[in-house]
Ligand binder design. Structure first.
Ligand code: ARG
Length: 457
């Protein structure tokens, strides 16, 4: 492609370090689409003849048909997907193929292809996350009344409903989706026509190619357009944050599936056994989602660091933008699908959850609140009295409500019969009916609203 200036070809190591075709062949559909849009515009603007434009367009269709059947050939001498396609086009239609690269550079070409690819990845993430939200909402609706211990410091804190707990993840995923959508709206501008870095002297129509490729408008600065990778970073950072949410949910499943907890039976389809211990059923899919989050965060970091020292405009470092994005997209879509399956098919052992909530002194706050409300005791004092009651119950190995009124009154005579109503976990969750609280009626309200958001009814 540039033999005119060179006396010698590249060394073997130059060929190898330079070749991006092993990974950027994933861009072939976008590369063909952008070339077709470009040549149609060149024809419409009279920069190439209508006949040449037609020949080139038909040739590009042929190359695409070959790629579809045989895959993209990997010849390191051709460096990347752009040169691979152009060279095959020349083999098929002859020297007229050379007119395709008029008013274009690989710099705006790759920026365009990659944007198109990332835009699809954002749409895919959004669709996958929508399916996960539907699974969460469905299970939350089934378990709006199921009581489990809520934790802080992974110590039993107050009773919550399982529906409320699952809906917490619905809210996280809702924010993740809005991050992908924001990023998509921001990135949807076409770099094509920025050429190498300065624009082009040919009378091109950038609106036309932008529109053909589904972009809202052309970018406004050619230097920025060929060296901007914010769209990839926005994607990676949204993916990283999303993967952290998925990882936290995965971690809940790992804990809940452990024998001492026993809150959930994992679906067989998303578990593995042990080659030595016959009793084992391991939550490997959840553990891998947790593990993948580390890799996805690493991908986001990798591209940030790649970009940080680059002056305008294009530098070859930017060829390294693709592997982290491709890797993150693959890991994210696997993680979303695995979590969707887990949420949809796990068996929640609500009997065990209820028992754990009852035995964990989860209603101690309710006892203290009762003393404040009914006996007009200052909260700090009520807290102290309740602490003594918990200590006594713990020593006896019983739940709070199993202490007799005599025992409670020995701690503080102001405790009355009515307290027992406040001590049940059912009363505790029902009382927390403030907006966004764990009461079953609140959970049902949020589930109904979420079903509306997802157009599930
Ligand atoms: N394979 C290159 C990349 O992915 C294409 C752009 C090459 N441009 C250049 N001036 N060498 O970044």
């Amino acid at each position: 492609m540039w033999g005119g200036r060179f006396a010698e070809g590249p060394s073997a190591i130059m060929r190898e370090i330079n070749a991006s075709i092993p990974f950027d062949k994933a861009l072939w559909r976008q590369d063909i689409a952008a070339s077709k849009a470009h040549v149609a515009m060149l024809g419409a603007c009279g920069i190439v003849s209508a006949e040449d434009a037609k020949t080139i367009d038909a040739g590009l269709d042929k190359v695409a048909a070959e790629y579809e059947v045989d895959g993209v050939p990997e010849d390191w001498d051709l460096e990347d997907i752009h040169m691979t396609t152009e060279s095959r086009l020349a083999e098929l239609i002859g020297p007229v193929a050379g007119r395709l690269h008029t008013a274009r550079s690989r710099n705006d070409q790759v920026a365009t292809d990659f944007r198109l690819w990332v835009r699809d990845a954002m749409d895919q993430a959004d669709a996958g996350l929508e399916a996960l939200q539907k699974a969460l909402v469905t299970r939350a609706g089934e378990h709006a009344d199921a009581i489990m211990p809520g934790f802080t410091h992974l110590q039993t804190a107050q009773p919550v409903t399982l529906g409320h707990h699952l809906m917490a993840y619905y809210e996280m995923i809702r924010r993740d989706r809005s991050r992908f959508r924001d990023a998509r709206a921001r990135m949807n501008e076409s770099p094509l026509g920025s050429a190498a870095l300065a624009g082009t002297g040919f009378p091109i129509d950038r609106e036309m190619t932008a529109q053909a490729l589904g972009f809202d408008r052309p970018t406004d600065n050619s230097l920025d357009a060929v060296s901007d990778r914010d769209f990839a970073l926005d994607y990676l950072q949204a993916a990283a944050q999303c993967s952290v949410h998925l990882s936290r949910l995965a971690e809940e499943f790992v804990i809940w599936a452990s024998q001492p907890f026993g809150f959930v039976r994992m679906p067989d389809t998303l578990s593995t056994g042990s080659s030595i211990m016959p009793q084992k059923k391991n939550p490997d899919a959840a553990e891998l989602v947790r593990g993948h989050a580390g890799r996805i965060v690493g991908c986001a970091t990798a591209l940030l660091v790649t970009m940080k020292g680059l002056p305008l405009a294009y530098s070859k470092d930017m060829q390294d933008d693709k592997p982290p994005v491709f890797e993150a997209a693959n890991l994210l879509s696997l993680s979303i699908a695995a979590m969707t399956g887990m949420v949809a098919d796990a068996t929640f052992r609500t009997d065990r959850m209820l028992q754990a909530a009852q035995l964990g002194y989860a209603t101690a706050t309710d006892l203290a609140d009762w003393l404040v409300r009914e006996a007009n005791i200052p909260f700090r004092e009520a807290h102290h009295i309740t602490g003594a009651a918990v200590k006594l119950a713990e020593n006896k190995g019983v739940a709070l409500e199993a202490l007799s009124l005599d025992e409670l009154q020995a701690i503080d005579p102001r405790v009355g019969e009515g307290v027992y109503k406040a001590l049940s976990v059912e009363a505790s969750v029902a009382a927390r009916a403030s907006h966004g609280g764990t009461a079953p009626e609140q959970v049902r309200k949020r589930v109904a609203a979420a079903r509306g958001e997802l157009e599930m009814d």
